[in-house]
Design a protein around this ligand. Sequence first.
Ligand code: AMP
Ligand code: GLY
Length: 428
Amino acid sequence: MKILIVGAGGREHALAWKIATSPLCRRLYVAPGNGGTAEWNIPVAANDIAGLTEFARREKVDLTVVGPEEPLTLGLADALRAENLTVFGPGREAARLEGSKAFAKEVMAKAGAPTAASRVFTEQAAACAYIEKTGTPVVVKADGLAAGKGVIVTRTAAEAKQAVHDVMGGAFGRAGERIVVEERLTGPEVSLLCFCDGETARPMTAVQDHKRIFDGDAGPNTGGMGVCAPPSFWTPALEAEAMERVVTPTLREMRRRGAPFTGVLFVGLMLTDAGLRVLEYNVRFGDPETQALMMLLQSDLVPLLLACARGGGLETARVEWRPEAAVCVVMAAPGYPGPYAKDIPLALPQATPEYAAIFHAGTALRDGAYLSAGGRVLGVTARGADLTAARARAYALTEKIGFPGARFRRDIAGVERSGSGDEKNTGR
Ligand code: AMP
Ligand code: GLY
């Protein structure tokens, strides 16, 4: 089969790494890819819907796997399906689960999924009046896609009103014309990603993201500084509850709306004192969740992607996970998530042990040398018998990487690390 992966991040490198091992994959392309996927890259941008469709048609691509949310919300899957091409990822209508937070809340309500109380506003004054009235801490969310930055968690009414002013005042462009004001919840978070063929959902190993830039969850939010899988607090009972109360009813509701969900449904959950709550839906693989998941997935990924893309057959497909744990430590450019340096030369080991991989995100391969080309640069990933072993292996591998000024957390998978190479990190 010819397989095309759309995207340029660490997630796409991890997918390519896994798919390349499948006996079903004869030819692989990544559009546009990064330094780590250079051998498969084609120069078509991830949101160039016409260019990607034309490429898939011309090359007779058998399966297109869409990484990021933007092309999905722009209708890439619909455009490919209109050409009778097979694509992993939801169409534009089902992608609204991520593309519009107001739509997501509406589906959660219809599905009866436990979630935070919320209201949707299109006027600042009405939103501010509601904030005054509720009196409890709230989260202000831009309705549309805002590159993962459209959620503002506030402590006081004054902060919340400022957030309303910023979001609706244009900080996120049109994405903030409509907002969701939501009750603020507390508790550990978990990402539960599920393969979905429209009817059946098969959960992946649960993953815990570490979104803040600094150790101890301090500093601003980022695209994700590392993950561990499965998190120590996760249990089979919680997985069963999430499937029964959130994922299955969401799929049912999407079918009822005539927009069956196929691809990865990624539910962001919070384990509050009152029980599981769904915070958000994403309609794609997570980044860097996927880096850890691909290390743990034992089965061939391609038949699973095909079952989802074809809209059936997932119920009987083999989905086997290694009974191990995985950790991914993201190494970011100095300055990230603020303005950061680029073109930093990277010295990478020639080979990695069988239990580890260095996934590229913002990198480029120029004249045979790897350079940094983005904020999140590498995802150093390892598996082991448990989280402690996986963590030790991942951090040991970071020591073998030459990346001047790299910023990375020392506490992925829970334990604060100190010691060697501390100047590499800015700390708190
Ligand atoms: P995003 O992935 O950009 O939608 O951001 C979602 C993040 O915002 C979550 O991972 C939480 O950390 C935070 N968040 C979203 N909703 C709530 C909520 N109701 N209460 C507390 N934190 C929230
Ligand atoms: N790591 C969070 C996300 O992919 O949205």
